[in-house]
Design a protein around this ligand. Sequence first.
Ligand SMILES: Cc1cc2nc3c(=O)[nH]c(=O)nc-3n(C[C@H](O)[C@H](O)[C@H](O)COP(=O)(O)OP(=O)(O)OC[C@H]3O[C@@H](n4cnc5c(N)ncnc54)[C@H](O)[C@@H]3O)c2cc1C
Length: 383
Amino acid sequence: MLRLTLSKESEEFRGRFREWLSQHQAPGYGNDASLETFVRVGREWQRSLASGGWVGVHWPSEFGGRSLSLVEEAVIQEELVRVQSPQLLGLFGLTMVGPVLIRHGTQTQKARYLSKILDASEIWCQGFSEPGAGSDLAAIKTRARAVDGGFLVSGQKVWTSFAHIADWCFVLCRTSDEEQKHKGLSYLLLDMKSKGITVRPLKQISGDEEFNEVFFEDVFVPAENVVGQVGDGWKIAISTLMYERVVLTFARQLQSEVALRALIEKCQSRADGEFKAQLAKEISRACAVRALAYEHLLNYAGGKAPGPEGSLDKLFWSESFQSIAKLSLKASGIDAARGELDPQSGSEAHRYLYSRGRSIAAGTSEIQRNIIAERILGLPKQG
Ligand SMILES: Cc1cc2nc3c(=O)[nH]c(=O)nc-3n(C[C@H](O)[C@H](O)[C@H](O)COP(=O)(O)OP(=O)(O)OC[C@H]3O[C@@H](n4cnc5c(N)ncnc54)[C@H](O)[C@@H]3O)c2cc1C
């Protein structure tokens, strides 16, 4: 049976964070849509949260966290949405490379990177996907050639969110040509200020300029920047994706709540029965998705690492969010077409177009269904 309430301790924790938020107002961008403002405001806000101990709360206290569970991390995300906080600038570091370094990194790597992830003094991006390797991630061709003291990285990544503002990138590279293609991969930490990197922004249909093409031409990466052993890249990449599907998806799941609240407010006076029935269906589905996500988070309370069940959360959330965004667009009628497409505007048109990419990012819905079939239901592999 699903557990729909949190423990007394988690609710007390929520109370303490609410108290802090009442004294530290979440920032906005005003009318300034510039990249500089986005980065400056984002860094300042995360630094302020970090100084209060409100980021990475599920990280062990020896690395600057509070040794709490992913449930408290989820509570933080919920409260940030409640006060309309901007998405944390360092989310990839906090939810992906940070936990991976805690689990697989050397003591030197932990000492060098973790505190700067917490206070957003260094922003990270994820260099996994390539033009010929998205769902089939093991097909990547970006190569890291061993040289004296490290590696020279050459190749191309694509859809790299935040590469245009990132200080560091965690990159999956091919270090040898094994017969089983996932065996010859390594996971490197690459300084985005290195020589030989070209970043080209890609503009999305929603108007957002979130991701980029990234070209590497003999970029030097020192040997100490390999996470785990050379050849361990696949195992570590999968562990990164599991964190992404659980924690990052939970944070994004709250976008559904914001969209639903806006829709309910807008349609208070609408008497149309069919519309109300659709709205009720979306509200029920969003509550069910959230309850399932909480159920999974509660299982990690003892420190267990995320597993394939994150694919259920990712699949259900992205499809529910798309459905809410579609209903919002329908409710706005012709007004939606007249609305702004500015990413900061929160308009229905922007939300609808943005939502389309959510069943692709962090693994497509088809890939999540494959994982659920093979790794949760134990069905035989195709082919
Ligand atoms: C908003 C957004 C942000 C992103 N940010 C990042 C980022 O920061 N870093 C990064 O590395 N990547 C990022 N990505 C890339 C994302 O991970 C890939 O787009 C995704 O994994 C799909 O890969 P692909 O685009 O190459 O599509 P393909 O893998 O070519 O898939 C094309 C179609 O075929 C289907 N398909 C493929 N294989 C199978 C199969 N085995 N069974 C059934 N159907 C299949 C897919 O479901 C899809 O419908 C981002 C994507 C988006 C949309």
